[in-house]
Unconditional design. Structure first.
Length: 312
């Protein structure tokens, strides 16, 4: 496997191998990831056509901790604003001897398109494409869950909110299934649940109180307004009343239930601040784990051992 474009196509064994590799980078303290020479002499280019805080910076830190040269292309000041096509931009950047592109784009399928057009020695990592996939987010979420809960087979995991527009939810559901999670639930209004969830063996709840009962992990998602038609935007106040995670609702879950959110979180819309900042929240841990997990993905691809499944 040359690229990481989706979770689909990977095996549970390969995901476990990536998480184990991430553990070796993170050690006991994921914040204190050591610098290693595994990608010395390699060039990684961050190509973000859409905004990012966590993913872009942790990819940059991860590549630097692997001793790669890292370039961040600022799309808004690049020649794409003068009308250069995506393919021409890509060919020119590739002429600078890039080994890996990390790509975020608002269009679903953009990372696949780029992967089809890069030179044979170049790898593409999908850092989020439209509402389609965000595989490294799902991997760092699995890493965080495993660190707290160990085995997935007895876990009940609930994903709440705007599943329809979420690339994170789709990648998480595939990863949770591949790791044989006991039960995966999705909770949200019918208008924000995609048809594909029916085919993935998840349990659907349209009542947040019933859906949260006894879960071990709850993953909150924001309303992804940038992917919604403007006339169909739900009221934030109403959304919070019906679907927001409050202390009172969290009390319905298992007493040691972890609260997760991929970020960015909208406080008072999908999550109350007392929960986001509360003792059960691992939201900032997820961000820290992004460094070790992205190191694991990049080193595995460059080491050539990601040779099972497609993922692409
Ligand atoms: N979770 C996530 O993708 O966050 P960013 O948009 O900040 O990268």
């Amino acid at each position: 496997l040359r690229h990481l474009l989706t979770i689909e196509g990977l095996s549970g064994a390969l995901i476990t191998e990536i998480l184990d590799t991430a553990e070796s980078f993170a050690g006991m303290n994921a914040q204190a990831v050591k610098k290693v020479p595994l990608l010395r002499g390699k060039t990684v280019m961050n190509l973000f056509f859409e905004a990012s805080t966590r993913t872009r910076t942790t990819f940059e830190l991860a590549a630097k901790r692997l001793s790669a040269d890292v370039l961040n292309i600022n799309i808004s000041t690049s020649a794409t604003v003068k009308g250069e096509s995506l393919l021409d931009t890509l060919r020119n950047l590739q002429a600078m001897y890039v080994d890996m592109f990390v790509v975020r784009h608002a269009d679903s399928g953009a990372a696949h398109f780029i992967a089809r057009h890069v030179a044979p020695h170049v790898s593409v990592l999908n850092a989020g494409d439209g509402r389609h996939a965000h595989p490294t987010q799902a991997l760092l979420d699995m890493f965080t869950i495993r660190r707290h809960k160990g085995d997935f087979t007895r876990l009940k995991v609930a994903i709440v909110g705007d599943i329809l527009h979420s690339r994170v939810a789709r990648s998480q559901i595939h990863a949770l299934n591949l790791l044989n999670t006991g039960e995966v639930r999705v909770i949200g209004p019918k208008t924000l649940l995609p048809a594909y969830v029916e085919d993935l063996g998840v349990h659907v709840f349209h009542d947040i109180r019933a859906g949260l009962r006894d879960v071990d992990v709850v993953i909150m998602l924001r309303l992804q307004k940038e992917r919604m038609e403007s006339g169909l935007l739900p009221s934030e106040h109403e959304f919070f009343q019906l679907w927001g995670l409050t202390e009172e609702r969290l009390a319905l879950a298992a007493p040691d239930c972890m609260v997760m959110h991929p970020g960015p979180a909208n406080r008072g819309v999908e999550i109350d601040s007392r929960v986001a900042d509360g003792p059960q929240s691992v939201i900032l841990e997820q961000v820290s784990h992004g460094i070790a997990v992205r190191m694991a993905v990049m080193s595995t691809i460059m080491g050539g051992s990601m040779n099972q499944g497609s993922g692409a």
